[in-house]
Design a protein around this ligand. Structure first.
Ligand code: ATP
Length: 365
């Protein structure tokens, strides 16, 4: 690989934005590789759209720089950046046909009529819109088809990257899931770079090569979906990406490579991997990592609990467990693991809940 190929297509450095007294972005840094799919994930108001709009050129940052393929574009007009955009409401022109909508960015670029039509048709083929729909108005299409048209319009001028702001948020769950996979396949096929804003963690997990978890105008963690899920940097990330059981805990013993901690309100010390410097933290463990045993059994990291509810969810049982007066956790037990322990898994039973020590984390609160 030459150094040119390893160079990120987009480099953001120290990007900040204030609205009056409110700091919407506080000096963020991000490199995006060519062909990468990056999801900006976080709760409402954390600065996802502000980041995307700054990359697009619609938000002028107060500080920092944006470099695209080696050129500083921080002050460049949006239409000079050649970025394709897709929004939640698609912003399709209602009075134009699908074909005219998709060809529109080319008209703005003074492309000849013939070439416009050729390219628009090719873009519609890329997103697999049925040929019979190309002369329809947007209002005559389904939500999913409109979304495809919006993507085709964003792709038609061969943009350097695609910027997408909650493009599936208005659709129902089933269609959203279907289009997530479609988008993923499309992106792999055309090998375009995507920055994608979402507050939906599942969407980020399905789509992204890398996820940026944001809060209060800052990046909490940047990494591959699996790494963030398995090793969240802090309690916020653990709670935002996936479900997690958490409990305040204090360290009672330190060894090299592990600490022992006691979850507040419980008795048995538990082993936690890694070295955790503070005296107190938040212990977290994922619901699917918990196992339920008979009360007498004591294996690995385990705690006493009472089952307060059991729900059947098709592929798993979901057990609500009371660990102390103030502490309730959830365990997800795959149906295939239930066999032989049915007698244990009933409301009111006293049990032990365990997990492999490597599956627990003590995190800064
Ligand atoms: P959402 O999903 O709700 O859009 P977000 O993470 O995309 O959330 P942003 O739209 O980037 O968040 O907004 C970040 C914060 O900046 C919000 O609190 C928002 O109210 C504020 N904000 C955004 N644009 C403006 C503006 N033009 N003027 C004043 N405040 C703004």
């Amino acid at each position: 690989m030459t150094s040119h190929e390893t160079q990120p297509i987009l480099s953001i450095r120290g990007l900040s934005k204030r609205y009056g007294d409110f700091e919407a972005l506080s000096g963020i840094d991000l490199d995006v590789a060519r062909g990468e799919f990056v999801a900006l994930l976080g709760p409402s108001g954390c600065g996802k759209s502000t980041t995307l709009m700054a990359v697009a050129g619609f938000v002028e940052p107060d500080a920092g720089s944006i470099v695209l393929a080696g050129n500083d574009i921080t002050a460049l007009a949006p239409d000079k950046r050649h970025m394709g955009m897709v929004f939640q409401d698609y912003a399709l022109f209602p009075h134009m046909s699908v074909l005219e909508n998709v060809a529109f960015p080319l008209r703005m670029r003074k492309v000849s009529r013939r070439e416009r039509e050729e390219k628009a048709l090719a873009a519609l083929e890329t997103v697999q819109l049925p040929r019979k729909s190309i002369y329809a108005r947007p209002s005559e299409l389904s939500g999913g088809q409109r979304q495809r048209v919006a993507v085709a319009r964003a792709l038609v001028f061969d943009p350097v990257m695609l910027l997408m702001d909650e493009p599936l948020a208005a659709l129902d769950r089933r269609l959203r899931q279907h289009l997530q996979y479609e988008l993923r396949h499309l992106q792999a096929r055309i090998d375009t770079t995507v920055i994608y804003v979402t507050h939906d963690q599942e969407e980020a997990l399905v789509l992204a090569d890398r996820i940026v978890v944001m809060r209060n105008g800052q990046f909490e963690q940047v990494g591959k979906p699996r790494d963030i899920y398995d090793s969240p940097a802090n309690a916020f990330v653990a709670g935002f990406l996936g479900e997690s059981n958490s409990a305040p805990a204090h360290v009672v013993q330190r060894d090299s490579g592990a600490v022992r901690a006691v979850i507040n309100g419980t008795e048995d010390p538990i082993e936690v991997p890694g070295d955790f410097a503070p005296a107190e933290g938040l212990f977290v463990v994922r619901p699917e990592r918990l196992r339920v045993h008979a009360a007498g059994e004591n294996s690995g990291a385990s705690l006493r609990a009472q089952i307060i509810d059991i729900a059947f969810l098709g592929d798993r049982l979901r057990a609500e467990l009371q660990l102390s007066d103030e502490l309730a956790w959830t365990a997800n037990i795959p149906i295939r693991d239930v066999m032989g322990t049915e007698h244990l898994l009933a409301r009111g039973n006293e049990v032990r809940v365990s997990w492999a020590p490597a599956d627990g984390r003590l995190l800064p609160d």
